[in-house]
Write a protein that binds this ligand. Structure first.
Ligand SMILES: Cc1ncc(COP(=O)(O)O)c(C=O)c1O
Length: 386
């Protein structure tokens, strides 16, 4: 009873979230509603991170199925116990070659990879200087590492430099953490300049490429690719543009070996499912063969942004496939989410504490399979919102 009291939810009622259920609709971008009839039966998915629709791609599913049959659905245990499967080694090798990195190490999820990455690079004697908008998993990693956390204003190079200057004469090691493409803002980090600052002060840099991988950078290799020699570690996930699940850390072989020997998040977990690894490998092959998909997706997104701005006075943020229609008040963002749901679009209201107070928004994730008819319909539905 005491324990229950301790765990009483203290979240204000209007911020409690409900889990909804959807299954796939017939069209590649469609979800089918299995909830109340306040939501339309079929919805255009404007909220998942399956940017290329690869989670439903026939070749990807076939590869995953074939590997399930030969290797089993799950790995059965940690790679330290029952060993790696050939598909783990193959996927790691292919990623090492694609990203030109000495070592790639797989993880069951990006959340876990980020915790492992931070814990691998810092300890209680370190200072982490992180962008204000980094993902929760990186913050959990900082907490687990017991290092001191200092935040700098989003994408603000001057503030980053000031924060480094404040600590550079201490004995503590310093790690900078950024995302290349921020998941809530759709903003892109000035990575080249950040790398220069890190080099100037001789500090380490960790870049989370979760949303950029497959889309941004040369042939979708991420925004770190050209700067990779000067970046200590990158993390990426297969749960977004790769349409699978699981994730990886890419680094030099020395750090890679250190992680293998010391990382609890790597050692004490059931290895990435062979089926997901095989799906991710097939997606990698498809992305490699379709070098313009990323660029095309960005132009589609640009068109959505232009059309929304042409028709409405809402501010829009985002320089990528992630766009945010800023509504300000939470209630307004929720009302718009409901209006869209009623009219066939699934796009989620993002509210505090995920984003700052008075910056509640509808976040749109643009997919490569959206067409002009859908955009026109979206504009028309938005026009009806009072
Ligand atoms: C920036 C960022 N990093 C890491 C993750 C975690 O990745 P995964 O979904 O593979 O756990 C996410 C997912 O939401 C993310 O947006």
């Amino acid at each position: 009873m005491k324990l229950f009291k301790m765990h009483k939810i203290k979240i204000p009622k209007n911020r409690l979230r409900k889990l909804k259920t959807f299954t796939l609709g017939q069209k590649p971008y469609e979800l089918q509603n299995l909830n109340s009839n306040k939501i339309k039966n079929r919805l255009v998915d404007l909220c998942s991170n399956d940017y290329f629709g690869l989670s439903r791609n026939d070749e990807v599913i076939k590869a995953s199925h074939a590997t399930s049959l030969s290797e089993g659905l799950g790995s059965g245990s940690s790679r330290f116990i029952s060993g790696s499967r050939p598909i783990h080694k193959l996927l790691e090798k292919q990623l090492e070659e694609w990203l030109n990195k000495e070592k790639v190490l797989l993880f069951p999820s990006g959340f876990q990879a980020n915790i492992a990455a931070v814990q691998g690079l810092v300890n209680r004697n370190s200072i982490v200087i992180a962008d204000k908008f980094i993902h929760n998993s990186l913050l959990v990693g900082v907490k687990a590492s017991e290092s001191k956390l200092v935040r700098f204003a989003h994408n603000d190079l001057k503030d980053l430099e000031n924060k480094i200057l404040k600590f550079k004469d201490t004995k503590n090691s310093i790690l900078i953490i950024v995302e290349s493409l921020y998941s809530m803002e759709g903003s892109i980090a000035p990575l080249r300049e950040i790398v220069e600052i890190c080099k100037k002060y001789n500090v380490e840099l960790l870049v989370d490429e979760a949303h950029a991988l497959g889309i941004l950078g040369p042939e979708g290799k991420g925004l770190s690719f050209d700067l990779s020699g000067d970046i200590t570690m990158i993390t990426g996930t297969f749960g977004k543009s790769f349409g699978s699940g699981g994730a990886f850390i890419a680094c030099n072989s020395k750090i890679g070996e250190y992680l293998i020997q010391t990382s609890g998040a790597f050692r004490y977990t059931t290895a990435l499912s062979p089926a997901l690894a095989a799906g991710a490998l097939k997606s990698l092959e498809i992305i490699k063969c379709n070098k313009t998909w990323g660029i095309n997706l960005l132009s589609t997104s640009k068109m959505w942004k232009k059309e929304i701005l042409r028709n409405f006075s809402y501010p829009i943020r985002g320089d990528s496939q992630i766009l945010s229609i800023i509504m300000g008040q939470e209630e307004k963002a929720i009302l718009l989410q409901k209006h869209l749901e009623k009219n066939g679009f699934l796009a989620i209201a993002i509210r505090p504490p995920t984003v700052p107070v008075n910056e509640s928004r509808i976040r749109l994730t643009i997919r490569r399979d959206l067409n002009l008819v859908i955009l026109k319909e979206f504009i028309s539905v938005l026009k009806d919102f009072k």
